[in-house]
Design a binder for this molecule. Structure first.
Ligand SMILES: [Zn+2]
Length: 343
């Protein structure tokens, strides 16, 4: 959207329904962009037009070259063999593993065979009431820090990272109810890439002040990270697959205390070389943290759900409570977006 905004004025669409949609979009999304001093409403009208005011050319921040051309081809074998699509290399293993449900224009296909080296996935039409969600483990190593904030008390930064990830399994999720109706293990090759990332370093000393057991503290960090990813997706206006999440919970209870390792939460560009998300996310870090707190605090669920700290069963029983306590400490007195926590 910024790339478009830099090239031309952004206007509300014509037509009553479109105008309503446009108004909702302006209310929800544009003020967030304006905070970064990149857009301003034009004087003398009802803010239905917005103009790019930042000095830099916005398309410079979005790299298309880094997207690999080494795609997976999807071959439908229901009647003969037909190529029905392609998926980029990075998201191939998580969306085209064997038994994955792949959706094209509302039609469900099941992956019967993934030829990883040949970069082909063979699929067949099916009729089922669930989709699949891959379980990916990833480890991130910081290679270079481009910018960082002063610790207050947590430290935000962005830079270049090395990501090693592996799809280790998948879950079957029923449509509409989001019930977990099964799972499976997978053994797929490890993937490595250099990309850019935003990260939050939480001092281990701060985590150790949380009045909970070590496992609950770990659940709280994971829950906060899960919610941060949900908010980052909204702030960046991107697809869930475009950003990756990796949590390094450090070592929270070693002896002696001097061996404590700070936990890190990485939200990285899920494409080799990066596509320009981490610098904007770094600039919005206070908003990211404050809105994550608001999201978790305002969520009507009891102990966690996919909208906030993650689905029950994957998060610990205290994840939501500990995540709120942690986020409140990370934000300190800096945020006026904070409301009284319910506990
Ligand atoms: Zn919730």
């Amino acid at each position: 959207m910024p790339a478009v905004g830099g090239a031309q004025r952004v206007r509300a669409p014509d037509g009553a329904a479109d105008r309503r949609a446009g108004a909702a979009f302006r209310v929800a999304a544009l003020p967030r962009v304006v905070v970064g001093d990149v857009l301003s409403g034009e004087a003398g009208d009802d803010h239905s037009r917005w103009a790019w005011t930042n000095e830099s050319y916005p398309a410079d921040a979005v790299s298309l070259r880094s997207v690999s051309s080494d795609n997976f081809v999807i071959v439908d074998t229901t009647h003969g063999t037909n190529v029905i699509g392609e998926t980029d290399f990075t998201s191939g293993p998580s969306t085209l593993h064997e038994k994955a449900i792949y959706i094209v224009e509302g039609q469900l296909f099941q992956v019967e065979k993934l030829d990883f080296d040949g970069r082909k996935a063979y699929v067949r039409r099916v009729d089922c009431d669930y989709y699949t969600d891959a379980i990916t483990y990833s480890k991130v190593t910081i290679l270079d820090t481009f910018e960082s904030t002063a610790p207050s008390p947590a430290l935000s930064a962005h830079g270049e990272v090395h990501v090693v990830s592996r799809v280790v399994g998948f879950k079957k999720i029923r449509f509409y109810t989001n019930e977990n109706v099964g799972s499976g293990d997978l053994d797929l090759p490890e993937q490595q890439m250099h990309t850019t990332s935003y990260w939050l370093t939480i001092p281990a000393a701060l985590v150790s002040q949380l009045p909970y057991a070590t496992d609950d503290r770990r659940d709280g960090i994971n829950g906060a990270a899960y919610a941060m990813r949900n908010v980052a997706q909204l702030l960046l206006m991107c697809d869930r697959q475009d950003i990756g999440l990796s949590v390094d919970t450090g070592s929270l209870s070693p002896k002696p205390e001097s061996d404590l390792v700070d936990p890190h939460i990485f939200i990285y560009d899920n494409y080799p070389g990066g596509i320009g998300f981490s610098a904007p996310l770094f600039r919005m870090e206070r908003m990211l943290l404050a809105q994550t707190f608001d999201l978790v605090n305002g969520c009507p669920c009891e102990i966690g759900c996919p909208s906030c700290v993650g689905p029950v069963g994957e998060t610990g029983p205290l994840a939501k409570r500990v995540a709120l306590d942690l986020l409140q400490r990370v934000l300190g007195s800096d945020s006026d977006a904070l409301e009284e926590a319910p506990f």
